[in-house]
Design a protein around this ligand. Structure first.
Ligand code: ARG
Length: 588
């Protein structure tokens, strides 16, 4: 369906044309004076110069041609030349009824769907997930769902950090503790055990212990680096340990991401890209893109228009080791080979921006990706505590994601149990659902690139611009619809009526904005605008609800019209929260 704004703009264009003005001046926007009108057109002001006429005269001419247009209730020219518009109630009602009939609720799919890869999550294997990984998971999941709703083929890739020094550390610590294991016997030629020599709990203890020890002990550090090198160069025993580490961690990661309602299509990682490195390096050398600089192999990516220095992309260290740049470039080689994406969106901490500038430039200039591939960096800000510093535990340590989620759920459970009496089990489940909404909405309601304060008290509140408030609103609508059905009526075949009050019309106009909002959110990769929209819509609904007798309305047709509007509003809100990656419970 065309958006309401487009339909109104088309009417306005016709009127400009009919009055002999260029229709390009007919731009309509939402009103910035909602007390006066719903939409407005300032085109007469812009046209005044070209036509050497007072803006109000142009506005008057245009308004003259809007008479009889079924889409406006009023169209007024006001000084010095604005055109103030109110949409006709019948027109809005018809629009909403058409929207209610459409399974996509009026959202149009891309005419030429793209293949879009979203690189998000990015956890490092064997290190526990912490809050730093939360934002990437939450934002990336939403970006993926939005692009998918618009009809694109979207592939979410977790891009595990599974090839680095942390692996060497674990191998070294394991050897220290259990030297008798066959992985460390250079003469061992048999099959390695299928069972890992550690559990996830042990692994999570081994890594920080090794990491701390290596910082203090040079010899141990050297050993871990050597182990990393041997692993990356195919040491049989270390490869077997690596597989165990992967297996045990990935299983744990899957559980964690599932709790977050985050789902990846691909569980690939840095290790998968390694096999593309030798040919890529060969190509970079052969075609003259790479040169040696103090022993390291680099590709220059500085551009003339740069105001700051952009250092070269590092392909190989002087000892021949691959680096972060190398891995991301090789991953692009792999993606080109396997998926040919039109677009790759990286959802990563904004402090890594320079790295991606280097990688993108290098990939483009060397032809690793086709010239028209859109490489996008969606950098996010830091999640801070109330003290304005990066979020920590009360004791000042790194907050593990699991613990953060537990804390929120406990807080939610308290609030829910305070409010009413439901079974322990149901309350727990509801607390989880609402808790997740609190976290995700708290995060997504901020523009991704900004730092924000993670405030448990505020995020879990049922009032204000929060996830729980949105869910509470949806639950309220569900309860009204259920009561309507319980009274013996059906939710099918109802139609939305012309608004009978300002509150009703305000809700109708909000609901009607849905497809327009989605298009903007998609074009700008801006999930926070969904939050702003559902907050406005929830407010519009709650005002309408407080001012209107819905179920006790005596006029049957009117009552059915209210219910039809509520049903559509609920569908819109539920689609929105699904795009944000959470859902509403039945009761709360
Ligand atoms: N594992 C990395 C980290 O924790 C994030 C990976 C981001 N994605 C990428 N393609 N580099 O910092």
């Amino acid at each position: 369906m065309k958006t309401l704004l487009n339909l109104i703009t088309a009417e306005m264009e016709q009127a400009f044309q009919a009055a002999d003005y260029d229709p390009s001046y007919a731009k309509v926007t939402l009103s910035n004076r909602p007390d006066l009108c719903e939409y407005q057109c300032n085109g007469a002001m812009a046209a005044a110069k070209a036509y050497k006429k007072a803006p109000i005269m142009i506005a008057n001419d245009v308004v003259e041609h809007l008479k009889g247009c079924e889409c406006f209730e009023t169209a007024e020219a006001v000084n010095p030349g604005f055109i103030n518009l109110k949409v006709s109630p019948a027109y809005v009602a018809a629009y909403l009824n058409e929207m209610a009939q459409d399974p996509a609720l009026g959202v149009e799919k891309e005419v030429n769907p793209k293949t879009i890869m979203v690189d998000y999550g990015g956890p490092n294997v064997a290190k526990p997930l912490h809050v730093g990984h939360l934002r990437s998971a939450i934002i990336g999941e939403s970006v993926k769902r939005i692009a998918r709703l618009k009809g694109n083929k979207v592939i979410g890739d977790i891009h595990l950090g599974d090839w680095g020094y942390q692996m060497g550390l674990i191998i070294t610590e394991l050897q220290k503790r259990q030297p008798e294991l066959p992985y460390f016997d250079e003469n061992f030629a048999g099959e390695y055990p299928e069972e890992a020599p550690f559990t996830i709990g042990e692994l999570e203890e081994i890594y920080p212990t090794a990491s701390a020890y290596a910082k203090e002990h040079e010899e141990y550090r050297e050993k871990a680096l050597q182990a990393t090198y041997l692993l990356q160069n195919g040491h049989r025993g270390y490869r077997a340990i690596w597989k165990h580490i992967m297996h045990v961690s990935v299983e744990d990661l899957k559980k964690n991401y599932q709790n977050l309602n985050v789902e990846f299509d691909l569980w690939k990682g840095e290790a998968d890209a390694q096999k593309y490195i030798p040919d890529m390096v060969e190509m970079l050398k052969e075609k003259g893109f790479a040169h040696y600089d103090e022993g390291a192999l680099v590709v220059d990516v500085q551009e003339e228009t740069d105001k700051k220095e952009v250092p070269p992309c590092m392909i190989l260290k002087s000892d021949g080791a691959a680096l972060y740049d190398t891995t991301d470039l090789a991953t692009l080689v792999e993606r080109e080979e396997l998926y040919q994406p039109d677009e790759v969106i990286y959802v990563v901490d904004k402090r890594q921006e320079l790295h991606f500038v280097q990688v993108f430039r290098c990939a483009k200039k060397t032809g690793i990706v086709r010239p028209d591939v859109d490489l996008k960096f969606l950098g996010f800000g830091t999640m801070n505590g109330k003290d304005g510093k990066p979020f920590k535990t009360r004791e000042g340590g790194v907050m593990r994601l699991e613990n953060l989620i537990r804390e929120i759920n406990e807080e939610m459970l308290k609030k829910i149990t305070d409010n009413r009496t439901v079974s322990e089990e149901e309350a727990k489940k509801t607390a989880q659902t609402v808790g997740l909404a609190a976290i995700k909405y708290g995060d997504l309601s901020n523009q991704a690139s900004k730092d924000y304060v993670f405030d448990v008290d505020r995020f879990t509140s049922f009032e204000g611009n929060t996830g729980p408030y949105i869910l509470y609103t949806i639950v309220r609508i569900k309860s009204i619809l259920n009561k309507y059905v319980e009274s013996g009526a059906s939710l099918d075949g109802l139609s939305i009526c012309e608004a009978g009050s300002g509150f009703e019309k305000a809700l109708m106009l909000e609901t009607a904005k849905f497809n327009d909002m989605i298009d903007t959110v998609y074009e700008e990769t801006a999930p926070h605008k969904i939050c702003a929209y559902i907050y406005d819509t929830a407010n519009a609904f709650n005002k309408f609800y407080h001012e209107t007798k819905i179920l006790t309305e005596e006029d049957e047709k009117k009552r059915a019209g209210y219910i039809a509007l509520l049903k559509l509003t609920k569908e819109v809100l539920e689609t929105c929260i699904d795009l944000l990656g959470f859902e509403a419970p039945e009761r709360m």
